[in-house]
Design a protein around this ligand. Structure first.
Ligand code: ADP
Length: 250
């Protein structure tokens, strides 16, 4: 589904991503791990159109999507989750979900203004969809809660929920498990697995929690110093000497 070819992203003289090549298979939950500073987030940002690459290519289903902006990729079904932005923290969970399709349309203010009639017509449908998403994520009881009042884990669920308001094909998750308690981590893991199995989502996730990765991800790709060091099942990765050395070296 995604093929990254010899990707580079340099910051001045520093090679954050330095010749990374990898593939993400359709239907997989691919883990991306590596020591701090390995270039994982930079790679994500280049794939998701947030950063331009210095050189190299990204293909989605054979199409060269290198350098396409996030809203264009969004319409192709490629999404990267982001923390709920500060300005949305005073909106309820339901409102946060309902605004996703319009927020990501890449429309001009002019188009957005003339789109208001359409949005009003579709509001009931959006409301229903938002409630279904909240139900799927087992956070219906939080529908009228302001996003800013949610716990870290609940915010992660809401971020995941945002991808369900549109036709996502592949979702890039950046540390959904970070700072989340075990109970909510299980809920998040279940939601990811169900989205994968029931809705055909492909996932690529940066994660540090090895148990979480072991439960969800196959394959696991290991990055170090801007490129791919190893790829395999979690058992293979854990037994890989180059991987162990990369982690011990930091
Ligand atoms: P990881 O996600 O694996 O921890 P990052 O992609 O965040 O790694 O960072 C890789 C390296 O690139 C780090 O050394 C970081 O300091 C550097 N880096 C990331 N973004 C920038 C930036 N905007 N300007 C300069 N250096 C950056």
């Amino acid at each position: 589904m995604i093929r990254v070819e010899n990707l580079h992203r340099h910051f001045g003289g520093f090679r954050a991503v330095d010749g990374a090549s990898l593939t993400i298979d359709k239907g997989s939950i691919t883990g991306l791990i590596g020591p701090n500073g390995a270039g994982k987030t930079t790679l994500f940002n280049v794939i998701a159109g947030v950063l331009e690459p210095t050189s190299g290519h990204v293909f989605m289903d054979g199409e060269d999507i290198t350098g396409m902006p996030p809203h264009v990729l969004f319409h192709k079904g490629l999404l990267r989750t982001f923390q709920i932005a500060h300005e949305f923290s005073s909106m309820t969970c339901r409102e946060n979900l309902m605004m996703v399709p319009g927020d990501q349309s890449g429309e001009t203010l002019w188009n957005a203004w003339f789109g208001r009639g359409r949005i009003a017509q579709e509001e009931a449908a959006l409301l229903k969809q938002a409630d279904e998403v909240l139900d799927f994520l087992t956070i219906s009881h939080l529908k009228d809660e302001k996003a800013g009042n949610l716990s870290g884990g609940q915010k992660k669920l809401l971020e995941l929920g945002r991808t369900m308001m549109v036709d996502a094909k592949i979702v890039f998750l950046d540390e959904v498990g970070a700072g989340v308690n075990r109970t909510l981590l299980n809920t998040i893991g279940d939601a990811i697995q169900r989205l994968n199995v029931e809705r055909g989502y492909t996932f690529c996730m940066i994660e540090h929690d090895m148990d979480f990765i072991g439960r969800l991800c196959d394959p696991v790709i290991v990055m170090a110093e801007g490129h791919v060091l190893a790829e395999g099942s979690i058992a293979e990765i854990k037994a890989n000497e180059a991987v162990i050395e990369a982690y011990l070296g930091t």
